[in-house]
Design a protein around this ligand. Structure first.
Ligand SMILES: [Zn+2]
Length: 314
């Protein structure tokens, strides 16, 4: 019998990643392209490119609240035009294999548990730190069947309104958008920074990457913006530690590149705020699978749900 594969897909705000994944979690062939306005169309094209008789299923991770049973996205604060789209129904009509849909960070958490940095842990929380803050929870060795929208935990009662409907959400303070807004506002007010030069004087063109790069090189404004976001992330980490008391918190996403500034500040703040006994037992570590975690995990969920296909998760 030829080896069976599952197509794992991660639909994010910036990119769509898709790959053929083996039963051991190996990435066999991979596609990455910028997310288009019509997510369903890009999804169908990616599946078409990877599909063959050896494909036993399709797993999709998508940024937003999902209805697993119906295979639709209920709400997505950061991805527009995908609410209510019947991903599973449309793909099932075209491709005769089981199709599963999961929140992208939940899928990434499953991926890290399956073959990544979470293999050894019975309980951990994964946070994706990019434009927003996504999260997934592994509890008692399994993907917790809950929304796990930690990025939308309010950390400021009087904070600004979030697209999710709440006010003062963690991701409004701890993620890339917040860092970017702080830098732009400071430059508008005349703060000195080498960041001014990287965009030929147009401060609105500064990217999050420019900020991390300058922070690492020692630019004060960039460092302060990252540190402030890190402090807010630390409030979130303290809440996670006090509520879930996981063995580990696994961090992934673009912001993790500035670990020594941003994450270090977060860890310091979390240690100040959480129960010492709980803080002392938690390991705060980077992910192993990085940006591939979502698509690997989405495929892993399909393997684990199908008897007869080898699954490696405990
Ligand atoms: Zn929110």
């Amino acid at each position: 019998m030829p080896e069976k594969y599952v197509i794992g897909i991660d639909i994010g705000g910036t990119n769509l990643r898709a790959a053929l994944i083996s039963g051991k979690g190996e990435v066999v062939s991979k596609i990455k392209e910028p997310s288009k306005v019509n997510a369903l169309e890009s999804l169908q094209k990616a599946v078409e490119a990877l599909f063959s008789d050896n494909v036993a299923g399709i797993g999709i991770g998508v940024a937003g609240l999902v209805d697993r049973k119906e295979g639709v996205v209920l709400c997505s604060p950061n991805l527009h035009g995908i609410e209510g789209v019947k991903f599973r129904e449309s793909l099932s009509q075209q491709f005769p294999v089981p199709v599963m849909i999961e929140n992208d960070a939940n899928a990434a958490a499953f991926g890290e548990k399956w073959i990544g940095a979470g293999r050894e842990f019975n309980s951990f929380v994964l946070l994706t730190l990019g434009t927003g803050v996504g999260s997934g929870i592994i509890y008692k060795g399994m993907l917790a069947d809950c929304a796990a929208e930690i990025g939308h935990m309010s950390i400021n009662a009087d904070g600004e309104k979030c697209p999710c409907g709440n006010y003062g959400c963690l991701e409004l303070y701890a993620a890339a958008n917040a860092i970017h807004a702080k830098v732009v506002s400071a430059l508008e007010k005349g703060s000195e920074s080498l960041l001014k030069e990287c965009c030929h004087g147009n401060v609105y063109k500064i990217t999050a990457e420019d900020i991390y790069k300058h922070a690492i090189e020692g630019d004060n404004l960039a460092r302060e913006a990252l540190k402030e976001a890190g402090r807010y992330l630390g409030i979130g980490l303290a809440n996670i530690i006090n509520i879930i008391s996981p063995e580990a918190i696994i961090l992934t996403g673009g912001l993790v590149g500035a670990w020594n500034i941003y994450v270090q500040e977060a860890v310091k703040e979390a240690s100040r705020r959480s129960f010492k006994a709980l803080f002392d037992k938690v390991k705060i570590i980077p992910s192993l699978l990085g940006d591939d975690a979502g698509m690997i995990g989405a495929a892993g969920l399909v393997f684990s749900a199908q008897p007869g296909i080898e699954k490696k998760i405990r």
